[in-house]
Design a protein around this ligand. Structure first.
Ligand code: ADP
Ligand code: MG
Length: 498
């Protein structure tokens, strides 16, 4: 394969060893002392934090593509919100998936139950994050060719539940601003875009809290039994209290909610004495967050309640990979967005997405993937990283489920090929100096939407986060230990495809 197109680093690299050693010492302490941290998986203790892996210098990202990502976010928010409100579309799209995937089936059952009982809380709070990557391969006249240094960006996925890094996103750029200053490049800081993700997300929670209308009620964060990404979650809580002193936040696991949760006569939610106005899920997106029926009962209780949920079960289902694939089919976006300009803008960001249903399209997708597995990513209906299949393993996985209904719960996606850049990744436990390596990045744009079936009252883009991984790695989740925190350094002098 031809070498991957490359974006130039923001300063001349490599750094001299002495300079590198000194700046890593400082940057690590800066990160530790400002809460750019997580809990250690290998030696977990509630008493200690470890800094989160980070890229020493911000990674180049074309300004024009960044601005396009920012400006399209409200359209994506609207699209997801309208999908969530379309019962016919959700049930038709997920029909074959729920037959074979027990997790999505359980979520869907909750949706059907609350729909039949009558929705008690029409207001939905969407705290979304659309993840994108620059693409370097474009197709002209049906022939794929490589662009220097990039072509445009494509959407990897949109998260509608537990969209993390509202704290770690902005704080990564704060570490890197400090590093640039210490290295004598303070003039470059102007190219790090402002990032108000934490303010935007917490204001979204506060607006929903006010709309609920009970000054004594709390915001309840639904958390895992053990939270590794504790700083990101806690800073949402601290920030909410600072900006909106009247709002109290509590953290509860699904197991605790199962034990303590109750509904009042008007379906008001109470959890261990607290009236709950807003339920903010930072867990609940993965089967292991539901260790038994009690946790599922807790999720149903929350959905039945009058509390505003982020996400509501409808927003959660709208964020499934199957829905993403269905939206990429011809004429589907048009069902949700009236203006042709919005439709065109959204279509442009989709890369090839295919179902593996037992029909002519599914069979064609099977053949394409078996012939050239390296061109695709195979995805199940899961969130949180580490679930997708890549490269030659796609062939094995597809051959194993070729004749089984299970394959309809998966989708096939064209693999995006981002340009690389050189950089240093600083990790806890690093011995010696980090090597200068080839890295690739994935940008996440945060969006907030609040509305009911008829009206949208808030619809905004609120900030961003960047994750970076080694160019040969398939996935780059920071919490999963593969990627590193980063932030975009906007550059003007790169030309994309004409
Ligand atoms: N089409 C793709 N091309 C290249 N990399 C991808 C693609 N889809 C996913 N990935 C990589 O895999 C990671 C996880 O995939 P994603 O669809 O975001 O699932 P999850 O819900 O588990 O986060 C992404 O963050 C990205 O690094
Ligand atoms: Mg993802």
């Amino acid at each position: 394969m031809a070498s991957v197109p490359h974006l130039d680093a923001c300063i001349s690299l490599p750094l001299e060893n002495e300079v590198l050693e000194d700046i890593i010492e400082k940057a690590r302490d800066w990160a530790l002392m400002h809460g750019v941290c997580m809990r250690s998986r290998s030696s977990f203790s509630k008493d200690t934090l470890q800094f989160a892996p980070f890229v020493l210098l911000p990674s180049p990202f074309p300004r024009k593509e960044f601005q396009k990502a920012v400006s399209i976010q409200p359209i994506l928010n609207e699209l997801m919100h309208k999908v969530a409100n379309d019962h016919e579309f959700l049930s038709e799209t997920l029909k074959s998936t729920i037959e074979v995937d027990p997790f999505t089936r359980n979520l869907f059952k909750i949706y059907e139950t609350v729909r039949q009982e009558g929705i008690t809380q029409p207001i939905r709070l969407g705290l979304f994050r659309s993840d994108i990557m620059l693409e370097t391969i474009c197709t002209r006249n049906g022939v794929p060719s490589m662009c220097e240094p990039y072509c445009c960006w494509k959407q990897v996925e949109i998260n509608t539940i537990a969209s993390g890094f509202g704290w770690l996103g902005p704080s990564s750029s704060a570490v890197q601003r400090y590093v640039l200053q210490e290295l004598g490049h303070g003039d470059k800081i102007k190219n790090l875009p402002k990032n108000s993700a934490l303010e935007g997300l917490t204001d979204g929670l506060a607006t929903a809290w006010k709309m609920y209308g009970d000054p004594n009620a709390v915001v309840m964060m639904v958390v895992e039994d053990v939270s590794y990404n504790i700083c990101d979650q806690r800073f949402h809580e601290f920030h909410l209290r600072e900006r909106h002193p009247e709002i109290r936040v509590v953290r509860r696991t699904l197991t605790q909610i199962a034990a303590w949760g109750q509904l009042g006569p008007k379906k008001e939610l109470r959890v261990r004495g607290d009236a709950v106005a807003v339920v903010y899920f930072r867990a609940g997106y993965s089967p292991d967050h539901y260790p038994g029926q009690a946790a599922w009962d807790a999720r149903l209780l929350l959905e039945r309640s009058r509390a505003v949920k982020s996400p509501s079960i409808q927003h959660h289902l709208a964020g499934t990979k199957k829905v993403q694939q269905a939206l990429a089919r011809p004429l589907v976006v048009e069902r949700f967005l009236a203006e042709p300009a919005k439709v065109d803008a959204v279509r442009e960001i989709f890369t090839g997405l295919y179902s593996l249903d037992f029909d002519e399209f599914g069979e064609k997708a099977m053949r394409m993937a078996l012939d050239s597995p390296e061109k695709y990513v195979l995805k199940p209906q899961r969130e949180g990283g580490g679930n997708n299949v890549y490269g030659s393993e796609i062939r094995d996985a597809l051959l194993a489920m070729k004749d089984s209904k299970e394959r309809t719960a998966w989708i096939l996606m064209e693999r995006i090929n981002p340009p690389s850049q050189k950089g240093y990744v600083v990790r806890p436990g690093l011995e010696g100096l980090p090597p200068l390596t080839d890295l690739v990045s994935e940008l996440g744009i945060f969006g907030v939407i609040i509305g009911d079936g008829a009206d949208i009252v808030v619809n905004q883009q609120v900030g961003h986060m960047l994750r970076t991984k080694h160019s040969c790695a398939d996935e780059g989740g920071v919490a999963a230990g593969l990627g590193a925190l980063d932030s975009p350094y906007l550059v003007d002098d790169v030309r994309g495809c004409p």
